[in-house]
Write a protein that binds this ligand. Sequence first.
Ligand code: HEM
Length: 438
Amino acid sequence: MMPTQDRPRLDPVTARAVIDPQSYAEWDGLLDTFDHIRATTPVAWVEPQEAAGEGPVHPPFWLVTRYDDVMRMSKDNATFLNNPHSVVFSLTEGIEFAKALTGGSEHMVASLVTFDAPIHMKYRKLTQEWFMPKNLRGVEDEIRGIAHAAVDRLLAGGGEADFVKTVSAPYPLHVVMQILGVPEEDEPRMLTLTQQMFGGSDEDLNQSGMKDLPVEAITQLVAGAVKDFEAYFAKLTAERRANPTADVASTIANAVVDGEPLNDRDMMGYYIILAAAGHDTTSASTAGAMLALARDPAQWARVRADRSLLPGIVEEAIRWTTPVQHFMRTAAEDTEVGGQAIAKGDWLMMNYVAANHDPAHFDDPRRFDAARSPNRHLAFGAGAHQCLGLHLARLEMRILFEALLDRIETVDLAGEPARSKSTFVGGLKTLPLRFTAA
Ligand code: HEM
């Protein structure tokens, strides 16, 4: 195996851009960085730069930027595991923090994303049916009601509004809370709890109050949030066991794995992954679709007249925004990626943003092309862990845009949109719009 010092590396400035949340707020610059890396060092070893006193401390990892390599890794779930290292890029401090909280695991909660075979499939199967298009038809009307309420809020703005705050952020949050069976009055509490657990680095978005706290205080806050979640969902579980409904909470509460009901921790992990995975992601792709349409009024008019264009817009928006910017894997054995030798235990970043802008797979990748076909992007991942909620995300977007297209005649940008500073889930945090009602 190749000695560490001989591994192909990035220069310090480029390495810094890959791990710095700030560079994710500047999309074009970020895409330039990934284009450069993909063309020169498609599988690159990223060392922490703390030795030079230049950057944050993190475990070293392989950065994988080519579409074909990310696709192959995603599908080879025996060689590229979600354990034992963190499934998202984390600074050493964050990893130590998770270990302190869990008693040794790098994963804050045990959930689908932290399981490997054989346990992963047993847990995934529990709700897989629920998230299939056939079952989702049963919640379409409910989602449509939530979408129209969001458009009501937009129209109440009298012709100008921030699309993110008014529509794209609250809408998917409300949908996912509904399917989880969380009553509307408890939504703010759930949002605070998920932010306390997964608080990103963008101070405008993270209202958890953790920004300036010392590590011990954060540990206590997160431990408290975990306890609150447990208590909240234990109550919900008892209710759904006594009176099952058609929601996904009832499916989880009454699930059986290897002849046993789920224990409280596993059940909580399931609820939390759904609550956390289901809102910021869809919010980002929804806002991105609106940005593309607001920049191209002729396209808005076209799709208003011909709704068959909508699925192409939705799919391209998901690729174009790539809200989940990476996931990490750990090599189960000595292997290779794109011809580069990888050692057992190495940590690897599958960079979906870079993969979804790989010119070898997507012509003119920065262009929003609603007619792109085929559009086999990697925004939902691939393989055994491919996004469980992908049909729901597409459905939510389609239903919302149907309501918007019905009720809004023209849209235009009313100011500069801004992106969040986050290496993991990212997208627009403001999108000022001007519009006229239909
Ligand atoms: C996993 C993206 C919406 C639930 C994932 C993964 C990605 C992703 C990249 C990891 C795939 C992999 O490791 O190969 C997205 C995007 C969304 C979205 C871009 C919106 C546009 C949702 C929604 C839900 C959801 C609405 C459900 C409410 C999950 C779950 C997993 C997951 C439970 C873990 C699956 C597993 O490990 O087996 N998602 N997601 N996602 N997503 Fe989504």
